[in-house]
Design a protein around this ligand. Structure first.
Ligand SMILES: NC(=O)c1ccc[n+]([C@@H]2O[C@H](COP(=O)([O-])OP(=O)(O)OC[C@H]3O[C@@H](n4cnc5c(N)ncnc54)[C@H](O)[C@@H]3O)[C@@H](O)[C@H]2O)c1
Length: 280
């Protein structure tokens, strides 16, 4: 569903025509009307502006705030029982806004962040070590942005902590590249931002919910006291199943890691404050 006439219809046809090759038989439509999305079980919100080269995710805040509030309102009116997966950036603040606008309980509004950030870190590690990305389990928490918290001691390659495999300087270099991973792609593409890895991450979240997998995945979730943080959306491991977020998993963090997570929370809280004043 999009506001641009023809765009969602064209994309849906393109995807539909891959069915005989990829061997799927889903029914697909593209539309400009919420009516045709009525009673959805899962709604993925990607509406809004993406970054242009040189822009930060936060610079999208005020423009996307209006779009996400309007879209969430329409989604709730047509699919009151749905689970929302928020993608629009800055995603932590937009997830917070969607929880407020929808009045849904926090388990039914989840943001895409950690799966993508961990996949970026994991793919850089795999390339550095010349190993399969499937051997890497990366741990990334916090804001989907510059205050992202990468935890090498909880990142493992075939069960061994990354800190025992790579020197500190190399880990720092890969972590830095991960934090700027989205911007690197935006700068290369010049128009538009990452598509393939984000869509793979969104599909993993949607499948965990639809198939009730109870899968532990890092996502943006509203914390209500977990990790000592209240009323703030932040990337943490959660268990995803048919009820959306079925558990928030609390990792045993060091004092320094907890402090870094608190700094990440403050950055998101600042954006929420700006949104509140932006709404007057
Ligand atoms: N959370 C993440 O990890 C992550 C990853 C990738 C992209 N993103 C974000 O997702 C968003 C979408 O990215 P994209 O690359 O698909 O951008 P895009 O420009 O290709 O698509 C956005 C679409 O939103 C539509 N839109 C705008 N206002 C609308 C409204 N009121 N109702 C319905 N549709 C509306 C536009 O017409 C456009 O087609 C951006 O904010 C981007 O930064 C987030």
């Amino acid at each position: 569903m999009d506001i641009i006439q023809g765009l969602p219809q064209g994309k849906a046809l393109d995807i539909l025509q891959s069915a005989p090759i990829l061997n799927f038989n889903s029914h697909l439509i593209g539309t400009n009307s919420y009516q045709e999305t009525a009673d959805s079980d899962v709604v993925i919100i990607t509406s809004g502006l993406g970054r242009k080269p040189g822009m930060t995710r936060d610079e999208l805040l005020l423009a996307n705030m209006k779009i996400v509030a309007e879209v969430t309102h329409n989604v709730v009116n047509h699919s009151p029982e749905c689970i929302i997966i928020m993608v629009t950036n800055p995603v932590d603040a937009m997830t917070h806004l969607a929880i407020q606008t929808s009045k849904f309980p926090r388990n039914r509004v989840i943001g895409l962040s950690g799966i993508l950030d961990a996949a970026r870190f994991g793919s850089f590690i795999a390339t550095e070590l010349k190993t399969s990305a499937a051997n890497v389990s990366a741990c990334v928490l916090g804001e989907h942005g510059k205050n992202m918290l990468i935890i090498p001691r909880l990142t493992t390659v075939s069960g061994t902590p990354l800190t025992e495999i790579l020197p500190r300087e190399t880990i720092d270099k890969l972590a830095e590249r991960t934090i700027k991973g989205g911007a690197e792609i935006v700068n290369l593409l010049k128009t538009g931002s990452a598509f393939f890895a984000p869509s793979a991450a969104i599909a993993q979240m949607a499948e965990a919910i639809i198939l009730d997998k109870k899968e532990a995945l890092p996502c943006a979730a509203r914390l209500d006291g977990e990790y000592g943080i209240k009323d703030t959306v932040l990337g943490v491991p959660v268990k995803l199943g048919k009820n959306g977020i079925e558990q928030i998993i609390e990792l045993d963090l060091t004092k320094e890691e907890r402090q870094a997570l608190a700094t990440s929370a403050k950055a998101v809280q600042e954006l929420v404050k700006i949104m509140s004043s932006g709404r007057g």
